[in-house]
Design a protein around this ligand. Structure first.
Ligand code: OFO
Length: 161
């Protein structure tokens, strides 16, 4: 059974994943309104992934006899100024989320809750992928010319995504 502290931190993560989904959703809408249909699609797909993460944590809490608390989620941040900022901010959100996962790992270790420790490892691995994905986006944007990228190269990037 989950301890109170573990239950709390996992519930915090449920909200965090929901917030991450909202961020991708809102950035996706922003990208679409800027004419980046491919990037919007990419961000919407990722929004769904974050919701899957939320469900995964939620299900784990229930399986372990805990109580899930669905809480209010923060409004997503303001729209980015451009693609560079969009990807940079996305990367920051992912790093922030990685740290939240590490908090779970640390607490599980401290409490010798090996089931939660093991459960959290899936997220540790997943975060490597998530950070890598956004870093690749930033790399691609850099190749396209970064903040000075031409419309043509942005269009190519958008089509790729
Ligand atoms: Fe983007 O990550 Fe969820 O956990």
């Amino acid at each position: 059974r989950l301890s109170k502290k573990i239950e709390e931190i996992l519930n915090f993560q449920v909200t965090k994943e929901a917030e991450a989904a909202q961020i991708y959703l809102s950035y996706g809408c922003w990208a679409d309104s800027e004419g980046y249909g491919g990037i919007a699609n990419f961000l919407f797909r990722h929004c769904q992934e974050e919701r899957d993460h939320m469900m995964k944590v939620m299900q784990y809490i229930m399986e372990r006899g805990g109580t899930v608390q669905i809480k209010a989620i923060k409004a997503p941040p303001a729209n980015p100024k451009n693609l560079q900022e969009c990807f940079e901010k996305t990367f920051k959100h992912e790093v922030d989320n990685t740290n939240a996962i590490y908090d779970i790992v640390n607490l599980a270790h401290e409490e010798k809750d090996w089931a939660t420790y093991n459960f959290a490892q899936w997220f540790v691995k997943e975060q490597i992928e998530e950070e890598k994905l956004v870093m690749e986006l930033l790399d691609k944007l850099k190749i396209a010319g970064g903040p000075n990228a031409s419309n043509e190269s942005l269009l190519t990037l958008d089509t790729q995504l």
